[in-house]
Structures are given as structure tokens and as C-alpha cells.
Design a protein around this ligand. Sequence first.
Ligand code: PLP
Length: 396
Amino acid sequence: MSRQLDTQLLHTGSPEFDPDTGVAPVNVPTVRTSTVRFASTQAFQEVVRRKRQGERIPSYGRQGMATHYALEDAINLLEDGKHCFLAPSGVAAISLVFLALLEPGDHVLVPDSVYGPVRKLHESVLQRLGIEVEYYPPQPGAAEQRLRNDTRLLYVESPGSLLFEMQDLPALAKAAHERGVVVAADNTWGSGYLYRPLSLGVDISIVSATKYIAGHSDVLMGAVSVRNDELARRIHDTHYALGQTVGADDASLTLRGVRTMPVRLAQHERNLKALLPFLAEHRGVERLWCPAWQQDPGHALWQRDCRGANGLLSITLATDSMAAAERFVNALELFGIGFSWGGYESLVQLLAPEDLAGHSVFTQHRPVVRLHIGLEDPNDLMMDLQQAFAAAGIAQ
Ligand SMILES: Cc1ncc(COP(=O)(O)O)c(C=O)c1O
């Protein structure tokens, strides 16, 4: 019987009953071991043989144990993928994909709205390897026009992580595939639940599971999902060569997050939708950036391709004064000032001009604040925002 995704996410990895006692733990045990023992040299050789044929059997900690396998299976369910590679962070997962696919002389297209550390990957590693990175505006047709004979990878981040620009994944995948170009998407915003790039034609989906999947701001984790066996082989070889591995405790915490992600996301979305009209009407807000908002340029694509929203939005404040923007952020009581998002709590980040430098959609150059709407009561969050606008003296 095929069950709904929410049900499958709760039950995936459920340990088998002990054949002797008929008892099984509810949770997947956290298998903390760096290596395993084999009963005999024959058992050792047999495991090596079966692993060469592609079977997933524990043989050494770096390649994962049962806890890791359960998380890989859960992420495959989320992303509708066939192969999943765990990485110690979202950035490690992104780097893995670039390093697995690119060679000196290759050209890669990256959106100008890309998550900042990808620019660092370009400047500190890819440039040194002779890989050419070209940034494109995340606008319809812009990436397609820049595809070249030596383009090997079209990288997408949809929505962007600061201004939430939506990209047309099926159109991009079609154009790229006509030229034999692989498409990889950073799917951290959708976390495989709200958005499923592999089902929209993308070849590789990358997620920072640090955010909504783990969901409690207590673990760093990344994952790469693919369906294609040949791409999986290339990613596997680089994953192995780079020694990328994650601890069993972190895998276990992330798996715990998977179980409740659907209900958490639903509450983040409810809270976001309670706050959007308040913020849109507030005189302290010049513009909202959020694809779930009707007036956002990405709204139609969001409606077509996503099954919901999360707790993220940005606001351009109705002031030219960075000092007033700082007063606003400092006055907030329930929103912690910090990087990241996707945990249970509300967070705020006043974006520095350099964070938005290069974002072609950003032309107004007034202070922008990114908010992560957490699971607090939305009325409390609204009152907190209200008093912070008043304290900052923005558009009184
Ligand atoms: C869109 C996006 N991708 C990747 C990452 C990196 O994730 P991690 O912190 O797990 O390396 C982040 C983190 O903020 C992000 O916002």
C-alpha cells in the first residue's frame, strides 16, 4: 500500500523486531562506532564483494552505519531521490557537487543571488582549479542565454536565501538538458518537502538539513540527492575521496527532526501568513520579499511548483537610515539576532550591503532585514515587531 509522505517520514527506518524476543525499539538506535568486527576472513571478503556490487552494508564508520542509512532513506523519501550522500554541512554538500562534476576548463553558471559561501567556493577553490564561474540574474531566460559548449553545470538556488527569487526549474532543466548540461539546485528553502527539484527535472538536489529538516538549531548537516546512477557514481567517488562523513549523533538528531518536519513547516507557514498582511500594511515596511505573498514577482512560480511556504521573508524598511534599522533589530525581543533559519525559533538578520552586492534584483538600496518566523504565537511576534518599529522611530 502506498502511504502519504507524512506517514512514510514517521515510519521510515523503523527497526525490525528481535526474532528471539519480538521486541523492537521505536527509534533508530544511534550506532556510534568507528568500525565493525567481522566474524571471519570469509565474512570480511563476502562483505567486500557485496559492497563492490553496490549493496549498502556497514563495514567502516566513515561510510555510515544503520543510523546514517535511515537518514539517507528519509532524505530520499523527501527529495524523491534514489541515492543520498550525507555531508557535514550544507556548504560541504554544495562543495561536494561542484568538485564531483567539474574539471579545469569547465564553465559553470551560478545565480547572482546565490548563498554567499558559494562565491567563496568560487574565489578560493574553483578559480584555483581553472573552473570558470559566470553569474546570471535569476530572471526568466537569463541562464538559458548563457549556456555554452563548455558549460558543464547549471547551478540554481530557488528561492534565493535573502530575497527569495524564484526560478523556473522545469524550463531551466529543459534548456540545460538540450545541451547535455547537468542541473543542480540548492533546495534548502524547500527541504524536499515544500519543493522537489528532482521531480521538476533537476538532476541533483542539495539541502542544508541544518535548517528545517533537523529543525531545532542543534546540528549541522548536509545532503545531496540524485536519481541518475552515473551521476551518483561520480558523486560517490568524490564523497569517498574527500572523506566526507557525519557523526551518528548528528545523523540521529537530524532523523528526529524529519519526523516532525511536516507539522513544524505547517505552523511556520501559518505564522508567516498571519504576519504578511500586517507587515505589508505597516508604514515602516517599504517592500516584502516572499514568494508566498501575492505581489511577489515569484508568486506564480511558487503557486505552480511549491506545496507551501516556510517561515522566511525579508522586508525593505521605509528608511534610508542604517542606524534606524539597527535600532529596529536591537529592539526586537523574540527574534534572536543571528545567521541561519529553520529552527523552532524566530531569528532576524540585518543584511549588510555586501550581503546583497551582486543581487541584480536589488535596486532600492534601503536597509533590508531577513526574518525567520518561528513557532511562537503569531500575535506575540506581531506585537514584538510593532514595538520595535515604534522604538526605532521608523514611519511613525
Ligand atoms: C540556501 C542555503 N544553502 C546552504 C546553506 C549552508 O548550510 P550549512 O550552514 O548547513 O552549511 C545555507 C545556510 O544558511 C543556506 O541558507
